[in-house]
Design a protein. Structure first.
Length: 403
């Protein structure tokens, strides 16, 4: 089986790669993976992938304490890295790589690459359009020249925008009601794929994961490679502690949220397993929500995130206060503020009927994200300082560091 993956260095993409390797671990010679991506931070794409598979992937595939087994040989012999940039009109493909892609039959292409940024600014809007929409269109133009069996698009459950109530897995918000450019461009990218499939007859599936958190099935539990979205609250606390000197105590932090609502959060490893099962079973469906059956209540989630930031004096309010404290103003203007439209939203229920048969056949259930699970997930991030450089000295409570 030859599988091509975009976004294999990202959270969902790498876990899909790990799951495919895990399901072929006794017959690795039957799997070949084409990783379509780019170098970063001075590391080549191959160097990045070897590090990802051997360090992050080995515990997932083989179990903790089992070493790397045959994964080094698999990386060398069965993973081919193709330098590609979705933001470039020509995808930055070399003539040799383009020739190889066109000549080698590909059973499945998983398009996971995306810019995931929930901020609502002109710069983010331009970048999201360039990657999530135009990049997808460029990839589809390439697909026209490939010998490809199936194209699967990994989108977002929240591309439904400001919908409420029951949400089908193929719902397209036609009312221009999106919280941010990320939601809009992920839907536009998906619609571009659907249009291409209707025109060409290419077999396509569409997967919509919700907010992705760390692992809750495979070791190490809590593991995640990027501390964004729900982790951004704690990361902001780290940055403030690193930059600021202790100052006078502040009043109660007023956290705006809908106490009757919740945020749908899905573990990265479960999402990968669910997607893999649909593909491996050749499920007859087309559109799938890859989500938890129950959202995490805001009354649990918001206090947990605030406490991860160091805020211990807070209250939950349903409306944004008229006059904000300095800390409140800073938080609501930051990436943390990008979460507010989600935790303030009306309740919604993502329809999972299409994915349930494949999950039931596989005996796969989404681990519940309760108070203990949240503490475990946040604890993993705290042990790693939310991916940020360590600050000097003992951190102060966040309510005392913003003068």
């Amino acid at each position: 089986m030859r599988v091509a993956i975009t976004g294999a260095t990202g959270v969902v993409g790498r876990h899909l790669l790990f799951e495919f390797i895990k399901q072929h671990v006794s017959r690795l010679d039957e799997l070949e993976v084409l990783v379509l991506g780019r170098q970063d931070g001075g590391r080549t794409l191959r160097e990045r992938m070897e590090r990802i598979v051997l360090e992050d992937g080995a515990p997932y595939v083989l179990g903790e304490g089992r070493g790397t087994g045959d994964l080094a040989d698999f990386c060398r012999d069965r993973i081919r890295c193709v330098d590609m940039d979705l933001d470039r009109d020509d995808l930055a493909l070399s003539p040799a790589d383009l020739r190889f892609l066109r000549e080698a039959p590909i059973d499945l292409l998983l398009h996971c690459a995306a810019l995931t940024d929930l901020r609502n600014t002109p710069a983010v809007a331009a970048a999201a359009r360039r990657t999530n929409l135009l990049g997808t269109r460029r990839l589809l133009a390439l697909v026209d020249s490939l010998r490809l069996g199936e194209f699967d698009y990994v989108g977002s459950a929240y591309c439904c925008g400001r919908a409420a109530g029951a949400v089908p897995p193929d719902y397209a918000n036609g009312h221009d009601q999106f919280r941010n450019p990320y939601e809009r461009t992920k839907l536009e990218g998906e619609l571009a794929v659907r249009q291409h499939a209707r025109r060409t007859g290419l077999h396509c599936r569409y997967f919509r994961p919700s907010v992705v958190c760390g692992r809750m099935i495979e070791p190490p539990l809590g593991a995640i490679s990027k501390f964004g979205v729900i982790y951004s609250v704690g990361a902001l606390g780290v940055r403030l502690r690193q930059r600021a000197r202790p100052g006078p105590a502040h009043g109660t932090f007023r956290a705006c949220c809908n106490p009757r609502g919740g945020l749908n959060i899905v573990p990265a490893d479960y999402a990968a397993k669910a997607i893999h099962q649909v593909i491996a079973q050749d499920d007859p469906g087309e559109s799938y929500h890859v989500v938890s059956e129950r959202p995490v209540p805001n009354t649990l989630l918001v206090p947990t995130l605030l406490e991860s930031m160091g805020v211990t004096d807070y209250e939950l309010v349903e409306r944004l206060p008229g006059r904000l404290s300095r800390l409140e103003s800073l938080c609501y203007r930051s990436a943390v503020g990008a979460l507010m439209p989600y935790v303030s939203a009306e309740e919604m229920a993502f329809d999972t009927r299409s994915v349930r048969p494949a999950l039931e056949r596989a005996g796969l259930n989404c681990p519940p994200i309760d108070a203990d699970a949240l503490r475990m997930l946040i604890g993993y991030a705290q042990e790693r300082n939310f991916g940020l450089a360590e600050s000097a000295g003992k951190p102060a409570g966040i309510e005392r560091i913003v003068a």
